[in-house]
Design a protein around this ligand. Structure first.
Ligand code: PFF
Length: 514
């Protein structure tokens, strides 16, 4: 079966940028920065960008295009193509399908809230809300955590979830060029325009009673450095974690997108362009919306509290309250939620693609069948997130899919590329068809610094977070059965994927392996 192709260079760059630009840019980044030393956070952040993020971006573009040449669009086949002699390496590649599935089953649920909230400003009871408590009650009612005057059941949330989920499937069903590329070509420019409008609106806010609470001082709050925070290893971990998450690297999705390139397409400049687009959307746009806005309204002490409460409160409670108090507030509220919805949508379709590509490439299934199987399985699994949100299930999925899978996968792919495949060949492969030539220093960085940095992160992170989480150290008793159930399901998914890999390679005959 002939594999699909991207329609244009701009299309693939926008699709990768679409995967990268997501909720992480507008919500996670500003919260992380405020919590981890303000302007000082940007130092480990940029170091991680240049030593981890961009190298991983190039690695994934390169190995994706390489594997695509052998008909493999996902990590099991790609890893096997890089290390033909080792029969086990493909099982490590399973992480690159597992991680995206796990993120997909909660990311689409959160995305569906954004779609719902795009319409809520039109509801009269929502328009009348004027306090934080009411806004929180509205959110919890919607999520089905409590029954109240706003919502009597989870039905509305479920309905929006089905619509969002269906929309994701529809886009991937239309394929790389006619689905993903087409949507990103419209959604990405739209998203940038919406974000720009919001930035301008926020930066021209005034607080008449407290003139000191200006947007400029709000930016200062985000950017003034507290250098002492650099001594804290957790700040470094947070910065590198943010880089992984925001660039969508280390999880298996970029390689799948890159597998639809042709052999002589450029990867280096395209990879760099998509990473730069993401950084612009994060540091410039994402940094200039929520923090300055919240600062103008709640001042320095309020904002610290808001940041501690995390991204969800910021987007679903604080921001609508701020925006609705402005002239034409409804329009800004709608713009805000629709912006986040588009950002989420272009990311979630990239999470769906690996599993679908796996079924198409390794089992020769049609697009229709692959999307159908993926849809049924993920729909059932998503109910974990929808029904047990308040039991900590989403956090658990985020930990294993969004953190654990990521750190391990990034380490494996880097070592595989620069040491097993070999740096000389790797360098040549990166530059084949390339529009730019990288400075030699990157050969050194990719071979030594990136893997070393990753191993340090892996070790530190294992001790600091993985072991305590594994031992259920911070789980409250009431949630325990749900957390254990989630873990058992995750183990089953992982084993099932390993079995599928085994079956497909056996069918093809291990000796003709490629
Ligand atoms: N990069 C996305 C964001 O910043 O929100 C999140 C994400 C999407 C992570 C896709 C990983 C991924 F594969």
């Amino acid at each position: 079966m002939k594999r699909e192709n991207w329609g244009s260079k701009l299309g693939v760059i926008l699709a990768v940028a679409g995967s990268a630009v997501g909720l992480g840019n507008f919500l996670r980044f500003p919260v992380q920065a405020v919590k981890n030393g303000g302007g000082a956070f940007i130092i480990p952040y940029f170091i991680s960008l240049f030593l981890l993020g961009i190298p991983l971006m190039w690695i994934e573009w390169t190995i994706g295009r390489f594997g695509g040449g052998f008909g493999h669009g996902t990590a099991p086949g790609i890893f096997q193509s890089l290390w033909r002699k080792n029969r086990f390496i493909k099982y490590f590649g399973v992480i690159g399908i597992f991680g995206p599935i796990v993120i997909f089953i909660y990311y689409t649920y959160i995305e569906s809230w954004l779609l719902a909230y795009t319409f809520f400003p039109l509801r009269s009871d929502f328009s009348q809300i004027s306090t934080k408590d009411q806004m929180l009650a509205f959110l919890q009612g919607y999520q089905g955590v409590v029954k109240n005057e706003y919502f009597s059941s989870i039905l509305t949330a479920y309905l929006f979830f089905i619509i969002t989920f269906g929309l994701n499937l529809l886009i991937v069903y239309f394929g790389i060029k006619r689905g993903i590329e087409r949507v990103c070509k419209v959604a990405m420019p739209a998203l940038f325009i919406f974000a720009l409008i919001l930035v301008i609106r926020v930066l021209t806010l005034k607080n008449e009673t407290n003139p000191d609470w200006s947007p400029l001082n709000g930016l200062g709050f985000l950017w003034n450095p507290t250098f002492s925070s650099l001594k804290d290893a957790n700040v470094w971990l947070a910065a590198s974690g943010q880089i992984f998450f925001t660039l969508s690297v280390g999880i298996g999705v970029i390689l799948t997108y890159a597998s639809y390139l042709s052999k002589d397409d450029d990867v280096l400049l395209s990879g760099l362009t998509s990473a730069s687009t993401n950084e612009f959307a994060e540091v410039i746009l994402g940094g200039s919306i929520v923090i300055p806005a919240a600062f103008v309204f709640f001042g320095p002490s309020g904002i610290r509290e808001i940041a501690q409460q995390g991204s969800f409160n910021l987007s679903f409670v604080t921001m609508p309250l701020i925006l609705k108090s402005l002239p034409l507030g409804k329009i800004f509220e709608i713009l805000w939620f629709f912006l986040l919805f588009l950002a989420g949508l272009t990311s979630s379709i990239s999470l769906a693609q690996p599993a679908i590509a796996f079924l198409e490439d390794e089992f020769n299934l049609s697009k229709k069948k692959s999307v159908f199987i993926f849809g049924i399985v993920c729909f059932i699994l998503s109910n974990l997130s929808v029904l047990f949100l308040s039991k900590g299930v989403v956090d658990e999925l985020d930990f294993w899919g969004g953190t654990f899978a990521l750190v391990v996968f990034a380490t494996i792919e880097t070592i595989l590329f620069s040491w097993i495949f070999g740096m000389e060949k790797a360098w040549e492969e990166m530059h084949s068809g390339s529009d730019i030539k990288l400075p030699k220093i990157y050969k050194f960085i990719i071979k030594y610094i990136t893997p070393l940095f990753l191993i340090c992160i892996l070790l530190f992170w294992t001790i600091q977070y993985a072991i305590p989480t594994f031992l259920l150290k911070n789980v409250i008793l009431e949630n325990l059965p749900f957390i254990l159930m989630t873990r058992i399901i995750l183990v089953i998914i992982f084993i099932a994927l390993c079995i599928l890999v085994k079956i497909s390679w056996r069918k093809k005959g291990e000796k003709f392996e490629n």
